[in-house]
Design a protein around this ligand. Structure first.
Ligand code: DGT
Ligand code: CA
Ligand code: ZN
Length: 580
């Protein structure tokens, strides 16, 4: 589909004409044409002469240029204009609020041909004295550059997903839409996201576009066309909304969900089967008879493959597994029976025991584990042996009041920087579940960190290693650890690995989970809840598990309470046996 490339060239022609201070009507004509082509629900290459001419803003001249591009892959006018202006000058126009006049001035007077040069010159005060440049202009330029830099950064899914869902809700509420869905990396639950891709169907696409560009989130409209618009939301992230035909919705959703590599492989498979699959539908070749498109499943069905869940579409073996019929039966959020990583006011949580229990019961959970911090974590008000004993009494008492719900007595015991645990083995032995984790010494060398984790795994009472790599997305890298050695030892000792569902942790991550599964060990998904609303994070942990190909049987907190307790006990018994 060449629509996007043609639109991009037309936009650049408009910008170049603007830099040359040519007729403003010509400039506008190219911009309008660009938007309309980009928003076209069909491939321009497939349009008849008449249909082309019917696109708003496309006259004889531009029809000719479209043909020229389709035939040669280039547009001569574009090539000519580019020769007249250095490439970096166009880049300057990406700075919000920086127009062609200023860009031209910066190039002619200061030889600035790029955003980095612009930033350096502005900071050095080199722009002072240029006509029309004031203190405020300089501030705006620096702010704009900052925005561009932020815009090119991938954002944590946990920050973007709520925004995407809110946009969907508001578009649905404000305009007549049929189906609407978020596609792209968000639908695949990738841990970081570049932009938000939304698709919908509607009988009144223009109304949908109007509603979209007027949403309160919008800080800037990049493009508004009849069926596609793009905006920049307040925090700098781009959001694209496309309206597609009802009978192409499924194939469009499949296409825009990606990832690109997965799509390419599927399309190659289609060609071998005498089919063509694109965002408009599934077609037989060479007759071009449409045999699917309404439902996403049409794509996989046409290829005689089972449906591949979006979380697996990364071209990491899912198509091959689908062919062989060995796709995993992925764990689902509904399989989760309880949360095994919960903090209360006893350490650094916000609520007392009754409140966290009540909230868990309301969600339909059958159990939770209370895993407050241990004494070494002074800032977190960690529990020593005496307070832990007190908490155990309170839990026993509370458990007696609940027939249909169980509270596991636990701790998140700190693995000290020398590898010893922060609580005595006797204290740990009184608990149902012992979660061990590292909170200090992140900069230690690989051997030392690995040794700390290995000795925690070998402790007679430890049942889970929490957030095993210590990373915080966008804030702190994982510590240097020999993860394979840790996984191997955990498998040998029956210790589970946590998938920490806290959106900035997601630790283990998807690839590590997939690797860990090969060691045949068990997993726990825990939210690390400190405030009861954070129970909602469970879905992020489940998505990591799914992206790591896990099934229900791989995850301990899908078990019923009785089975779970038996598993935890047998882990300890196994360790005791080994110690003999
Ligand atoms: P992101 O935005 O970097 O977080 O990741 P995605 O996967 O959302 O990527 P994006 O937004 O560039 O594109 C959305 C989907 O559209 C992508 O996953 C697959 C599809 N797509 C985009 N460009 C191409 C392409 O050139 N070829 C094919 N086959 N599919 C593409
Ligand atoms: Ca995307
Ligand atoms: Zn915790």
């Amino acid at each position: 589909m060449k629509n996007q490339q043609i639109a991009k060239i037309f936009t650049e022609i408009a910008e170049l004409l603007e830099l040359k201070e040519e007729n403003i009507f010509r400039v506008r004509a190219y911009r309008r044409a660009a938007q309309n082509i980009d928003g076209l629900p069909r491939d321009v290459a497939a349009l008849s002469e008449e249909e082309l001419a019917a696109i708003p803003g496309i006259g004889k001249d531009l029809t000719g240029k479209i043909h020229e591009y389709l035939a040669t892959g280039k547009i001569a006018k574009h090539e000519e204009l580019k020769k007249e202006v250095p490439a970096g000058v166009l880049e300057l126009l990406r700075v919000p609020g920086l127009g062609p006049k200023t860009a031209k001035l910066l190039y002619e007077k200061k030889k600035i041909t790029g955003i980095e040069e612009l930033e350096a010159a502005t900071r050095a005060g080199n722009l002072a004295g240029l006509p029309g440049i004031q203190k405020k202009t300089e501030e705006n330029i620096l702010q704009g550059i900052e925005r561009i830099k932020r815009g090119s950064e991938r954002r944590p899914l946990g920050r973007v997903l709520p925004l995407a869902e809110d946009i969907v809700r508001r578009v649905r509420g404000g305009a007549p839409v049929g189906q609407i869905a978020v596609a792209g990396s968000i639908r695949r639950w990738k841990e970081t996201v570049n932009d938000i891709d939304i698709l919908c169907t509607s009988r009144q696409p223009e109304e949908v576009m109007e509603t979209f560009v007027k949403l309160p989130h919008v800080s800037r409209i990049l493009a508004q066309g009849p069926t596609k618009s793009s905006i920049i939301a307040e925090d700098g992230i781009q959001v694209d909304l496309r309206v597609v035909e009802e009978d192409s919705f499924g194939t469009a959703l499949q296409y825009f969900t990606g990832n690109k590599q997965h799509n390419i492989k599927l399309r190659e498979r289609a060609v071998r089967a005498g089919l063509k699959i694109n965002e408009y539908g599934v077609f037989t070749e060479p007759e071009e008879k449409k045999i699917g498109g309404k439902k996403e499943a049409d794509v996989y069905k046409a290829l005689k493959l089972p449906f591949v869940p979006p979380e697996l579409r990364e071209d990491t073996g899912e198509i091959e597994a689908a062919e062989k019929g060995t796709l995993p039966d992925l764990v689902a959020i509904g399989d989760i029976k309880g949360d095994l990583h919960v903090h209360t006011k006893w350490s650094d949580g916000s609520h007392d025991l009754d409140a966290v229990v009540e909230a868990a019961r309301k969600r339909g959970y059958r159990y939770i584990a209370i895993t407050d911090h241990s004494k070494g974590l002074g800032i977190a008000h960690g529990l020593d042996e005496a307070r832990l004993a007190e908490q155990i009494n309170l839990i026993d008492e509370t458990n007696r009041r609940h027939a249909d719900f169980a509270i596991l007595k636990g701790t998140e015991v700190d693995i000290r920087s020398d590898g010893r645990l922060d609580l005595s083995d006797d204290a740990l032995a009184a608990l149902d579940i012992v979660v061990a984790s590292i909170h200090s010494g992140f900069k230690q060398p690989r051997e030392q960190i690995t040794k700390r984790l290995l000795s925690a795994i070998r402790n007679p009472c430890v049942s889970v290693i929490a957030h095993p790599t210590g990373r915080l997305i966008g804030e702190r890298d994982a510590y240097d650890v020999d993860l394979e050695a840790v996984l191997k030892e955990a498998a040998r000792y029956g210790v589970a690995m946590e998938i920490n569902a806290y959106p900035l942790r997601l630790d283990l991550n998807d690839a590590q989970v997939k690797l860990a599964k090969e060691y045949a060990l068990s997993f726990v998904i825990g939210t690390d809840t400190h405030v009861i609303s954070q129970y909602d994070f469970m879905i992020y942990g489940v998505s990591v598990a799914r992206r790591g190909w896990l099934e229900q049987k791989d995850i301990l907190n899908t078990l019923e309470y009785g089975q779970l307790i038996r598993r935890l006990k047998s882990c300890r018994a196994g360790k005791a046996q080994r110690a003999k």
